[in-house]
Design a protein around this ligand. Structure first.
Ligand SMILES: [Fe+2]
Length: 231
């Protein structure tokens, strides 16, 4: 059984399609999705339509998904983040039916699969929507939480940085970001779980197409320029 773990797609349909093609070639059987499906990118409708067809086994929400449906989860406060949020919110309002998939999971940023001793969370267990953990951060508290919950593997997203950290038989994995990587490589990132093995994949995709969609949506140039830098 090979599980494709995808996070932070951010309305980048070009990256998502390239990753799904790679998943097919890598014989991925099922999908676990870690949130932030929309916002920043120019193709939210197409992205959610593609995900609706996917039939993921597990799917949790990110801060960018939840803030579209509840004011209790704050939206991004950066100038480009605010502009992207307004754009995405308008699209969702106009196409509510096509975003049912997001609406259904918007209040679920965390999923504890006790029988698998696995935790899926967009941010961190302490702050499931907005908590940001980077590989250089002190991981003591996180590993303590995993021990208390009897979790062997935690899958998280949000930082857009792919990494794996192991301590005392417990593992923290971020598969990286499909649609807006920020770890120095612009290639789309995702992970494959295959038994005890974790495979980190990087996939070339049509960045020009993704940049054009952002431009055509009238969103800030910062959002498409960063795609080429992976930053
Ligand atoms: Fe994100």
């Amino acid at each position: 059984m090979r599980i494709g773990v995808l996070s932070d797609i951010h309305a980048n349909i070009q990256a998502l399609q390239a990753v799904l093609k790679d998943c097919q070639e890598q014989r991925v059987d099922k999908f676990w999705l870690l949130g932030d499906y929309v916002d920043y990118g120019g193709d939210p409708v197409e992205t959610v339509s593609e995900l609706s067809k996917l039939g993921a086994e597990y799917m949790i929400a990110g801060n960018h998904d939840a803030c579209l449906y509840t004011s209790s989860v704050r939206s991004s406060e950066t100038p480009h983040g605010k502009q992207a949020f307004e754009y995405t919110k308008e699209i969702v309002k106009e196409n509510r039916e096509r975003f049912r998939l997001l609406e259904a999971i918007a209040d679920k940023p965390l999923l504890h699969l006790a029988d698998r001793k696995t935790l899926l969370v967009h941010g961190t267990p302490q702050d499931p929507y907005w908590g940001k953990f980077l590989p250089g951060d002190n991981a003591d508290v996180l590993f303590d939480v995993l021990e208390q919950m009897d979790v062997r593997m935690m899958l998280l997203g949000h930082s857009h940085v792919s990494f794996m950290l192991t301590r005392g038989g417990r593992t923290i994995i971020n598969p990286g970001s499909v649609g807006q990587p920020r770890d120095g490589s612009p290639k789309a990132a995702y992970g494959i779980l295959d038994g005890d093995a974790v495979i980190f994949r990087r996939v070339q995709y049509d960045m020009d197409g993704a940049a054009k969609a952002i431009q055509e949506a009238g969103l800030p140039e910062y959002l498409w320029k960063r795609l080429y830098k992976g930053a």
